[in-house]
Design a protein around this ligand. Sequence first.
Ligand SMILES: Cc1cc2nc3c(=O)[nH]c(=O)nc-3n(C[C@H](O)[C@H](O)[C@H](O)COP(=O)(O)OP(=O)(O)OC[C@H]3O[C@@H](n4cnc5c(N)ncnc54)[C@H](O)[C@@H]3O)c2cc1C
Length: 437
Amino acid sequence: MNMIKQPVKPAAERAPSYYSASLNFETDYPTLQGSVTVDVAIIGGGFTGIATAVELAERGLKVAVVETNKVGWGASGRNGGQVTGSLSGDEAMRKQMRNTLGDEVDDFIWHLRWRGHEIIKNRVAKYGIDCDLKHGHLHAAMKPSHMDELKASFEEALRRGMGDEVTLLDAAGVRAHLGSELYCGAIRNTRNMHLHPLNLCIGEARAAESLGALIFEHSEVLEIVHGKRPAVVTTGGRIEAKQVLLAGDVYHKLERRKLKGLIFPAMGGIVTTAPLGELAKEINPQDLAVYDCRFVLDYYRLTADGRLLFGGGCNYSGRDSRDIAGELRPCIERTFPQLKGVQIDFQWSCAMGIVMNRIPQLGKLSSNVWYCQGYSGHGIATTHIMGEIMAKAITGDLEQYDTFAACKHIKVPLGDQLGNPMLAAGMWYYQMLEKMR
Ligand SMILES: Cc1cc2nc3c(=O)[nH]c(=O)nc-3n(C[C@H](O)[C@H](O)[C@H](O)COP(=O)(O)OP(=O)(O)OC[C@H]3O[C@@H](n4cnc5c(N)ncnc54)[C@H](O)[C@@H]3O)c2cc1C
């Protein structure tokens, strides 16, 4: 059995992941019982719900978060831990937001894409959250056409004054950073970060709690009651609020009339090896998070105790893929042949919410009931950006909210039946295009 720093017993319902096995603190919030009154009731205890709760509590509002399972149970506590500067649907955003922002659109997107990093860094420092936060990414090219994209990103970063934080590497440059022969180049970006997402999410929940927020676990919201005084209803309780935020991403089935057909589950898989000892320094001496340029990509990094945490592929059928280790071992060994036969200690999968055009979706279900969802695999920074935007909107500053809410989204008819097959077909198409580039 490998030793893990400060082992804390995870709750039974947490997926048996590296993250749950290396928790700093397990939550034990009560189940909602009886009647509670607050300013804002938030449905969902992932990054969207918790980050918005912190923002609102910092602004002096009384907040309650209601979670079906445990804080961080969903994608927020099971992801790759890479805090990237992508808002996922950047290109689609640029096209649509030009209608509302005109020539300011490029500046708007550029500044927003780094806002999540600032929020996370400041929050970690302010509340003393121990989540293994580190800087440094490699965005790696596997063929010359990828290099063209990277060069364009690099040049934009230089134009925007990020020259101290980005370096363009050729194949030899990558080999000086990684014990892998797989790549023909990369951008090294020291503004991007990586971290232990479950410890961050729980740390933020505790920060919200310290500011007076109420948090309820094992409390599934079964209904949102709309009206002058909206409410969320669970089996045992009810929260009345001035405003409600639905932040359940792809895991809820509420408000189907308005939300059906907008967001679809894709299953992502991740494995974590046994601690690698000296080999960890050989394969990744600068402790960088790495992701490649493909449409369906591999992404990996080292954990604080020197394991390789490796994610890749994605199942767009919406069904779970069972043999994650069997799928990802060949990808690990192709990247790092020196890890052939390495022991895999943890494997898990989780659903992420995919939006057809990849623009995060936020809007209103009625005058005082809001929703915010759909980060298409780029949610750590983006949930924190959206948390700030939603908190501003709920407290009356609608400027950024309106820019996102004006974006148009494809609503797939018969979404629950047809959405995933359409998504799978779309992904196949893009992967074919990718192969031809
Ligand atoms: C395998 C994988 C790898 C990823 N890697 C990265 C990465 O490296 N970098 C990155 O930026 N992003 C990554 N992502 C995406 C990122 O994790 C998500 O976009 C983000 O965590 C979504 O946060 P959320 O709070 O909106 O949703 P979630 O974290 O899924 O939380 C939603 C919560 O709502 C609760 N809920 C749902 N319905 C109800 C209800 N009716 N009542 C009460 N509670 C309810 C659920 O139980 C759940 O806990 C990854 C995702 C996956 C799955």
